[in-house]
Write a protein that binds this ligand. Structure first.
Ligand SMILES: Nc1ncnc2c1ncn2[C@@H]1O[C@H](COP(=O)(O)OP(=O)(O)OP(=O)(O)O)[C@@H](O)[C@H]1O
Ligand SMILES: [Mg+2]
Length: 236
């Protein structure tokens, strides 16, 4: 089992001269790290900057190898996968076709191995292998998106609000899958609005507000902290 580690130093990113993130330092060890924070804090910007979908300043190093700025394909080759906000499946293609696209950079042999693995890990998708992705339920579509990201064989899986719009039971099922992925040795960095459930599933957390880290630590400690309880869990 691998144990991948992401180290980020002085990360800055934004849009057309509007700086959103200013000098972030993050340590993402093996296991699950969750990023919390209010709307507009810069959580999605952070994941996009790490995935090479946005140019950035600063260092991002995965297992000793620098991730290049603004080069999404190179980042995938270096072991990083992102499940973006809103899933972005191909609705007119089948589940299997969507999954196969996740392995577009991998040789056919690996593609077939990973597809078999995906159907083992996500039995619900195996039952629906030839269904059009656009006709799946919201929760099923989110599973397709996660399974598709796993098809590239990542060492670091990033998820942007995977539980958005899902019923509580589906949220639990999805977080259980994420835990299983982490237990298989894939390091996870996840943005979540579902603060309590995310901290219960995660090992560590960061809180991002207005582009800056305002708190970080063990997930359990964050769950018990007064500041988090007041700001995010509605506890007076
Ligand atoms: N393409 C863009 N062009 C210009 N500004 C953008 C763009 N995308 C995001 N922003 C701005 O960057 C800031 C951070 O946005 P971001 O999407 O990273 O926040 P977030 O923490 O993911 O919020 P949410 O919880 O609502 O998803 C916001 O002020 C937003 O308006
Ligand atoms: Mg976002």
């Amino acid at each position: 089992m691998s144990s991948s580690q992401l180290t980020v130093r002085g990360l800055a990113a934004g849009y057309h001269g509007f700086q959103v993130l200013q000098g972030l330092d993050l340590d993402v060890p093996p296991g699950i790290t969750v990023v919390l924070g209010p709307n507009g804090a810069g959580k999605t910007t952070l994941l996009k900057a790490l995935a090479g979908l946005l140019p950035r300043e600063g260092e991002a190093v995965l297992d000793g190898v620098a991730l290049p700025s603004g080069e999404a394909t190179a980042c995938v080759r270096k072991g990083l996968a992102l499940v973006a906000e809103g899933r972005q499946l191909f609705p007119q293609m089948t589940v299997t076709e969507n999954l196969e696209l996740g392995a577009w950079l991998s040789p056919p042999r690996l593609r077939n191995e990973r597809l078999a693995r995906a159907f083992e890990d996500f039995p619900r998708l195996k039952e629906r292998a030839s269904q059009l992705a656009g006709t799946m339920s919201g929760g099923e579509q989110q599973m397709v998106a996660v399974a598709r990201a796993m098809m590239s064989g990542p060492r670091l899986l990033m998820l942007d609000e995977p539980s958005l719009g899902l019923a509580p039971r589906m949220v639990d099922e999805l977080l259980a899958i994420v835990r299983r992925i982490a237990a298989q040795g894939v390091t996870v960095l996840m943005v979540e609005q579902n603060v309590r459930k995310a901290l219960q599933a995660a090992d560590r957390g960061y809180v991002l507000e207005r582009g800056k880290i305002v708190a970080s630590g063990e997930a359990r400690a964050l769950l018990d902290s007064d500041a988090i309880r007041k700001a995010y869990l509605g506890v007076a």
